[in-house]
Design a protein. Structure first.
Ligand code: FVH
Length: 288
């Protein structure tokens, strides 16, 4: 008998989670604010609850996947969660996670916060992984249950750490996509089609550049490697002005790119002109 699971929220992601639990043989009770959402789950054996209270009463493992933290708060408040493990996979901040952890613990439940590193179509597949932090008891008890969704990555007992990892990765993703979108706007300004440009140049270029990340991380952890930087910051700051000037000349808003140019100039002014990109990271700290 697989652990009975409750899924609160049947948006795109909650539906994928419920479908995956059902496929793995977990008795799965679902609740959604708007009734009748994701009717395909009925044929897979989902049990529909009409209220969150009815839904959480059916089993020991409650998975929450709603839009934002305020929704989680209004849905969970007042429920009898005593003795249950509450796993909140709603996107949120570390502070929100710690706050929810406190409120859930106060009503006698174990709390795990989670950060899903997958889109709905990836859930249950090999590429999906999910950060968890919070109650080690809940994680140990439910690792196998949660593993059907994606590779579980437990990052610590502080409930805020999963959200921190999640937001770090999303920050990197949005930075990368922002740059790629700027590139596509630039070539589009000369009617160069996006698809062949992406396949022939953009994707191979980004893939090659990403291989620099481990070296940047090593520099951060161990200090700059000896010897001259292959692409020093003084050179990069000088060339960066061309990115802004060319964008403006092509009538493309440089707003996504400008802050990086300012950071490069600040690094050079602070004496890091001979160093590599790792030198930018400490400057992002607000107290720097
Ligand atoms: N989809 C994705 O690609 C990402 C992948 C990484 C993780 N995120 C986060 O997962 C959370 C849910 O995302 P989603 O994709 O399921 O979002 P929607 O399809 O928009 O569904 C939203 C659900 O939230 C319910 N809801 C909204 N407001 C309320 C409320 N005030 N009270 C109760 N429930 C509420 C909504 O219900 P309804 O509109 O159908 O009644 C949906 O069930 C999210 O944190 C992502 O950042 C997804």
């Amino acid at each position: 008998m697989k652990t009975p699971v409750t899924v609160l929220g049947l948006g795109a992601m909650g539906t994928a989670l419920a479908r995956t639990f059902l496929a793995a043989g977990h008795p799965t009770t679902v609740w959604n604010r708007t009734p009748g959402r994701s009717p395909e789950l009925d044929a897979l054996g989902a049990i529909r609850a009409t209220t969150p209270a009815e839904a959480v009463a059916t089993g020991p493992l409650v998975v929450v996947c709603l839009l934002v933290d305020a929704t989680v708060r209004s849905t969970l408040d007042g429920l009898d969660l005593s003795g249950k493990a509450v796993v909140n996979l709603t996107n949120g901040t570390p502070a929100q996670a710690r706050d929810t952890a406190g409120r859930v613990a106060a009503v006698g439940a174990e709390y795990l916060d989670g950060g899903i590193m997958a889109v709905p179509a990836m859930i249950g597949g090999p590429g999906a992984f999910i950060f968890y932090s919070g109650s080690p008891v809940a994680f140990e008890r439910h690792t196998a249950d949660l593993a059907v969704l994606g590779r579980p990555e437990y990052v610590g007992g502080d409930a805020g750490l999963a959200a921190l990892h999640d937001i770090a990765l999303l920050s990197a993703m949005y930075g990368m996509f922002g740059g790629a979108q700027h590139a596509l706007a630039l070539v589009g300004s000369e009617k160069i089609p996006a698809a062949p440009f992406t396949e022939a140049f953009l994707l191979p270029w980004l893939t090659a550049m990403l291989t620099a990340l481990p070296r940047i991380a090593k520099d951060l952890d161990e200090g700059p490697q000896s010897g001259p930087a292959g692409s020093n910051l003084a050179m990069q700051a000088a060339a960066y002005d061309n990115l802004i000037d060319a964008s403006v000349a092509q009538d493309i808003d440089p707003g996504l790119l400008s802050p990086m140019g300012e950071l490069l100039r600040r690094a050079v002014a602070a004496g890091h002109g001979t160093e590599d990109l790792a030198a930018l990271v400490p400057l992002l700290r607000r107290s720097a």
